[in-house]
Design a protein around this ligand. Structure first.
Ligand code: ZN
Length: 323
């Protein structure tokens, strides 16, 4: 949770995901993340709570490629693989597919928050201009009830993600690595990606919602044009990136997509986040789970699960960069 989110809306009735043969029929019509979820639902366990409540702006529109069935959860996956788009070769890169295929590509990883933010309240509460509005520089982020902080979580996932992407040949930059007292502010986080002329930026987070709200969602920039914010050139590419990241994450972690945001798509669109509004390069956020839900916490606090999370995010990025 890196931001002041929208106020919760009244709860919606529980959703009942489609099952069985229907997944084939809908496969070509729904976003990849949802297809993966349906597949997962068909083959996985089904004891997930889905007392869905607040649903923010949803976004399912552009279809994307049908995803394969999820891999065996019991096996750790190795880094540097793209592996989901039907074995597409890499027309946009001079390097061969496989190891090193991301030579020349720049990925900026934005680990949400900073472990030191809570010691600098006046600094992180300072308002910065996000084009459409003024918002706090940053927040402390959330934590589990046992005190595992979002800032610690995001750095861990980001380190794992960096390792995988570097193996694939990418140049990887961080917005912060716990190597500064606080921050950066959200406007600077965007600026770091812009100045790096990043091919893709992913901001890593975990949410701090009510218990019972579960699952991941990827936040895509909505179209804004106000002040210093003009996301119009990156809306489509960011959606492509976000759908692939959601699909990869779903496949490696088994989901579930959020039951409280995004209507089961695992995708959300927002126009109130400075880190997205001020970006001039393809960028998404991922909220990997809810640090206030015990089922999600059991995953978020597992190193093995975080490795799967990083692997899934990396697969989405690799797929996006290889076109
Ligand atoms: Zn956050």
């Amino acid at each position: 949770m890196s931001y002041v989110g929208p106020d919760f809306e009244p709860p919606r009735p529980p959703r009942h995901p489609l099952r069985g043969p229907l997944i084939v029929a809908v496969g070509a019509l729904v976003p990849g993340a949802l297809v993966g979820w349906l597949v997962w639902q068909a083959v996985g366990d089904s004891d997930e709570g889905r007392d869905g409540s607040a649903a923010a702006q949803t976004s399912a529109s552009a279809p994307s490629s049908v995803l394969p069935a999820p891999s065996d959860d019991g096996k750790e996956q190795t880094g540097g693989t793209a592996g989901q788009s039907g074995g597409d070769e890499d027309p946009g890169s001079s390097a061969p597919a496989g190891s090193g295929s991301l030579q020349g590509k720049v990925v900026v990883i934005d680990p949400g928050h900073n472990p030191g933010n809570f010691r600098h309240p006046s600094d992180i509460n300072r308002k910065v201009n996000i084009g459409t509005n003024w918002k706090e520089c940053d927040t402390t982020g959330t934590s589990t009830n046992a005190g595992y902080t979002e800032a610690e979580f995001t750095l861990d996932v980001s380190h794992r993600l960096r390792t995988i992407l570097k193996k694939a040949g990418a140049t990887v930059k961080f917005t912060q690595d716990g190597d500064r007292a606080w921050g950066p502010c959200v406007d600077e986080r965007a600026e770091i990606g812009n100045k790096a002329e990043a091919d893709a930026v992913v901001s890593i987070h975990a949410d701090g919602s009510a218990a019972g709200n579960r699952g991941f969602h990827v936040i895509l920039p909505g179209s804004v044009h106000s002040g210093a914010a003009d996301t119009r050139p990156i809306v489509a590419s960011s959606r492509d990136l976000g759908e692939r990241v959601a699909g990869g994450f779903l496949r490696t972690t088994g989901g579930p997509p959020s039951n409280y945001i995004g209507d089961g798509t695992g995708l959300d669109v927002r126009t109130d986040l400075g880190g997205l509004n001020l970006s001039t390069v393809p960028k998404v956020f991922i909220e990997c789970g809810n640090m206030r839900d015990t089922k999600d916490v059991s995953r978020l606090t597992s190193g093995a699960w975080r490795q799967k999370a990083a692997q899934g995010i990396s697969e989405g990025i690799v797929s996006f960069l290889r076109g």
